[in-house]
Design a protein around this ligand. Structure first.
Ligand SMILES: [Cu+2]
Length: 114
């Protein structure tokens, strides 16, 4: 009985760990499995700005899936190219944007207010 409980606890722990790993988090796409960092790809997306760092020229967007990039819906960080794209934007704003994924942090190359 004790061994069975132990096995059950192990299964639950593994299941919890797997669920935690599936949660969308803001991080470079290069860290994500199945996303090759070699070729540069582009795509258009829509989403909501959840964070802006004007000093670093970066922003975080909770975006809808972008098929051409193979991205599911998630919240992730982008480099604004150029950083002036961030001018006049606010957290909570709905935007559409052009994204570019090369090596390193994905870039946003155009932002349109919705
Ligand atoms: Cu993403």
């Amino acid at each position: 009985m004790r061994a069975q409980l132990l096995a059950l606890a192990t299964i639950l722990t593994l299941a919890t760990a797997e669920t935690a790993m599936a949660q969308p988090v803001a991080k470079p796409m290069a860290d994500m499995p199945g996303m090759p960092a070699s070729a540069t790809k582009t795509g258009k997306g829509t989403g909501v700005i959840t964070e802006i760092d004007a000093k670093d020229g970066t922003l975080t967007i909770k975006h809808e899936p972008i098929a051409s990039l193979g991205w599911p819906a998630m919240t992730m960080g982008f480099k604004a190219t150029p950083p002036s794209l961030l001018n006049g934007l606010k957290v909570g704003q709905e935007i559409s944007f052009d994204a570019k994924q090369g090596t390193g942090l994905p870039e946003v190359t155009a932002i349109r207010k919705q």
